[in-house]
Design a protein. Structure first.
Length: 170
């Protein structure tokens, strides 16, 4: 189910890129240009920014992937594998896929549709919904709804497995 849900989101996210292909080079340039400006450096050093980045970073990390939380070894310990290094590779790949690929698709969709500029009152999932709505119109809730249902369902299954494994251990 996880490969399907990632493919679902990636395909529709890249669809936004394709629909706005004329803005894509400028979007990539904006990302790298604004990431290395003095204003970005000053903002990164501000105390409030650091606090907010840490707080939201931890919150999003826990919902995005659970790297560093310590639960994944429960799943990898139960996996049957002829080579333990393969399990480590899976761990690295899942963090890369989720954090780099899926999150990058979302932020580029936000920028390429200009949703982040025209709707500064939105953030997080609402901003992603606005970007998807600009391309998919009335079908955007269906596209993101299916993705959200799949992400939530697999998260519930995973945490149920972790809870059951931990309970059995105790």
């Amino acid at each position: 189910m996880v490969p399907f849900m990632c493919a679902w989101y990636i395909i529709f996210g890249i669809g936004i890129w394709i629909a706005n292909i004329h803005r894509l080079p400028d979007t990539i340039a904006k990302i790298f240009t604004y990431a290395f400006t003095p204003m970005a450096a000053a903002g990164g050093l501000a105390g409030w920014t650091v606090f907010a980045a840490i707080r939201y970073g931890f919150a999003r990390r826990l919902f995005s992937n659970e790297a560093g939380l310590g639960g994944v070894p429960l799943a990898y310990a139960h996996a049957e594998s002829d080579y333990p290094g393969r399990q480590g590779f899976y761990g690295v790949f899942e963090v890369f896929m989720d954090t780099i690929v899926v999150c990058s698709i979302t932020v580029i969709a936000d920028i390429v549709t200009n949703a982040y500029i025209e709707r500064p009152d939105l953030s997080s999932a609402a901003l992603a919904m606005e970007a998807f709505h600009r391309v998919y119109g009335p079908f955007a809730p269906l596209v993101l709804g299916i993705a959200l249902i799949l992400f939530a369902y697999t998260t519930i299954l995973t945490w149920e497995f972790y809870g059951e494994t931990t309970f059995t251990y105790f």
